[in-house]
Design a protein around this ligand. Structure first.
Ligand code: F6R
Length: 357
């Protein structure tokens, strides 16, 4: 039930701090250490490469998850959109393990790949929010997201839950291989939960940003580099699906290779700047679009902020910024949809779970 909330989406955005805490609890053993079923850890350690398969928002979580797994566990990872995998199947490594990410566990495109790789004799792990779902039943192993039912068509808490569970998975595998003993994931995810709460308490600010930048525009661009780029893809998807504004996420460095031609007087450009090593270059990109008339909105992080930033996120571990930088984008999309009179929870032409290929 949505209780006093006007929409499920807003309720689900607000639930994210609680979901983080639930995930930590569910993946802790009696001594408080993070733990994952050892048969899953063994299956991952036996693989020479992981193939993440997903659609939409879950694919975007996979892009971030790849970075976590490669950095913490040092296993190569590829991420593929399920609907394309069959046509453009990569040359598989000798010992692949497949990871399906699906909130619903019912997405037909992902299931088609699961059926295909099972026929080839490979094993699969499913990350899903729905115990007993098709993708969970048909895979060899399951990890649950513990996000609680997600009713709004636009996925919010499942995305952050997917990234949190992937972080835990990456760290437990990393630890089993002797890496990263000093990355305190429980503490860092606790900091994430608190930061999410701060952001959810700042809704007025995000409503104002939506009003200022998005109430009349035809299009909107999201730019970022490194991890921020993946969050830009998700921010653009959120805005498209619930406000019907044409939105695209771009890698900052790609602007000059074509995209910048789209910038007109007043085009909103939302830039994420949460990564120290690319802070100057993304700000350079903002100057380039501003010089061509864009209306830039910079969302940065404590320690990296500059005068004129529209919002400064609380500081979190630099590897985990996607878990909080997406929250303003979710809220900005929510308010843009609301202000434009769209059906927030049930956008046109979309279904919550896509059970046809
Ligand atoms: C976006 C959205 C979709 C889903 C996609 C995959 O807000 O909800 O892009 O992420 O259809 O769905 P699942 O994760 O259920 O496989």
């Amino acid at each position: 039930e949505k209780g006093t909330y006007p929409h499920y989406m807003l309720k689900e955005i607000d639930e994210q701090p609680l979901v983080m805490r639930k995930i930590i609890q569910n993946y802790q053993d009696e001594s408080g250490d993070l733990a994952i079923d050892p048969t899953i850890i063994d299956a991952i350690n036996e693989a020479d490469r992981l193939y993440i398969i997903a659609c939409g928002t879950s694919y975007h979580a996979g892009l971030v998850g790849k970075q976590m797994i490669e950095k913490m566990a040092k296993i190569p990872v590829e991420v593929h959109v399920a609907s394309e995998f069959g046509y453009n199947m990569p040359l598989l490594s000798e010992k692949p393990l497949f990871i399906f990410i699906s909130q619903s566990g019912e997405t037909a495109d992902s299931r088609a790949v699961l059926v295909q790789i099972k026929e080839m004799g490979y094993k699969a792990l499913t990350l899903t929010n729905v115990p007993g779902s098709t993708l969970s039943r048909e895979a060899d192993y399951t990890l649950l997201l513990h996000a609680g039912p997600e009713i709004a068509v636009a996925s919010t808490k499942a995305y952050t839950a997917q990234m949190a569970v992937l972080t835990i998975l990456a760290s437990v595998v990393g630890k089993s291989k002797g890496h990263l003993a000093d990355f305190p994931v429980v503490k860092e995810l606790g900091i994430i939960a608190n930061a999410m709460e701060t952001l959810c308490d700042d809704k007025d600010r995000f409503e104002m940003i939506a009003r200022e930048y998005l109430s009349v525009t035809r299009n909107c661009f999201f730019i970022g580099r490194s991890l921020d780029y993946f969050v830009c893809l998700e921010g653009a998807l959120k805005l498209k699906e619930i406000s019907y504004i044409q939105a695209e996420g771009f890698a900052g460095g790609e602007l000059k290779h074509g995209t910048i031609a789209l910038i007109e007087e007043g085009t909103p450009v939302i830039a994420l700047a949460t990564q120290e090593d690319v802070n100057l270059s993304i700000r350079g990109n903002v100057k380039e679009v501003a010089a061509r008339g864009a209306h830039p909105c910079i969302i940065s992080m404590e320690g990296l902020e500059q005068e004129g930033d529209a919002y400064v996120l609380p500081e979190v571990n630099p590897m985990l910024t996607p878990l909080i930088s997406v929250v303003p984008l979710q809220l900005i999309s929510y308010y843009a949809s609301l202000h434009r009179g769209c059906d927030v929870d049930k956008p046109r032409n979309l279904a919550k779970s896509v059970t046809v290929e």
